[in-house]
Design a protein around this ligand. Structure first.
Ligand code: AHM
Ligand code: MG
Length: 324
């Protein structure tokens, strides 16, 4: 016996309206962590994904584990993954469910080889009524339609952070019993922060509002803000969002001119939307600078979007600079 509420118990007790949250995800994460740690798989695989990025072996493994753990249970009609060019329909031998899941099996994968935190991000929406064989179009609805979003963070401890639209709760894996235990109930993001996260090597490509905001932070106590700021960049969005949930902060992967064919780096369906739902449910703001991310109607499952999220007052300040 253990003390504390397990994620399975929490989901059963508080979220009976979400039949897909059965604990499959718990076993999925355990599989994932064990496979990663035991086999020590890393390094670049020889294939590329649709976006021309080199896939790491562990990305592919995680993708396969995630699909295998979630396809048979009868809750999903189809999945969309960062590592799959097209949507993945539930194979004919399994019952089809009412939900669609988009996921990034291993986000921050440039960090695998250097043993820095990575994570898994997922977003669940409803399959339109009466549709047995969903198409890509059925996935392309605004983030406001999400019914559940979450991430797993593989850090010094393994955590699962979830929202079903009723606040945000964090669970920590207790390896002795193999269960996620509620350790961070009702997570909220402080409205103010003096910590920002951005990849400054892209500075010359940023637009004027982001240039202005970062410049003011850098000037610290001597500048217009009159206070010193701290900076972080993990290059793992899951770790950055988790830090912001725990102690506040602002994270930006903004619109830039680096590659005019791409609106930003992060993908809306399985990175920006689920993180936006979590951030907003925790009292933060998630925006492109021009619009609320969750109100965008995506036109592709791999569409990219600028992301500015975190502590309310700082994100609103950056959005204000865009409006000026
Ligand atoms: P990935 O899905 O290929 O891992 O890319 C997403 C990651 C985010 O986790 C992180 O915020 C960003 O890419 C880091 O980008 P950069 O390498 O430009 O700093
Ligand atoms: Mg990713």
């Amino acid at each position: 016996m253990h003390n504390g509420v397990s994620v399975t118990q929490f989901i059963i007790e508080e979220q009976r309206r979400l039949p897909e949250a059965t604990g499959d995800f718990t076993s999925l994460l355990n599989d994932l962590v064990e496979k990663g740690a035991i086999n020590g798989m890393s390094g670049a695989a020889e294939t590329e994904n649709i976006q021309g990025e080199t896939q790491k072996k562990l990305d592919i493994i995680t993708n396969d584990v995630f699909i295998a753990s979630n396809e048979w249970a009868g809750h999903l009609a189809a999945m969309a993954s960062e590592e799959e060019d097209d949507i993945y329909p539930i194979p004919a031998q399994y019952p089809k469910g009412k939900y669609l899941m988009s996921f990034d099996p291993l986000d921050g994968s440039s960090n695998i080889d250097v043993n820095i935190s990575v994570g898994t991000i997922f977003s669940i929406t409803k399959c339109p009524e009466g549709i047995e064989n969903p198409t890509k179009e059925d996935f392309l609805i605004p983030g406001t339609e999400q019914i559940c979003a979450g991430y797993a963070l593989y850090g010094p401890s393994t955590m699962l952070v979830l929202t079903t639209g009723n606040g945000v709760n964090g669970f920590t894996l207790d390896r002795n019993i193999g269960e996620f235990i509620l350790t961070h109930p009702n997570m909220t993001i402080p409205e103010d922060t003096r910590e920002f996260a951005i990849n400054s090597s892209n500075q010359r490509f940023w637009e004027a509002p982001v240039q202005k905001y970062v410049e003011e932070c850098m000037q610290g106590a001597e500048g217009p803000r009159g206070e010193n700021f701290n900076m972080r960049w993990v290059a793992s969005m899951v770790a950055e969002v988790h830090r912001i949930l725990v102690r506040g902060g602002i994270f930006m992967y903004p619109k830039d001119t680096k590659d005019p064919s791409k609106a930003g780096k992060l993908r809306i369906m399985y990175e920006a939307n689920p993180m936006s739902m979590i951030v907003e449910q925790a009292g933060g703001v998630s925006h492109t600078g021009y619009e609320r991310i969750m109100e965008i109607k995506p036109n592709d499952i791999h569409q990219r979007v600028p992301v500015i999220l975190g502590s309310k007052n700082e994100v609103e300040r950056v959005v204000g600079y865009h409006n000026d």
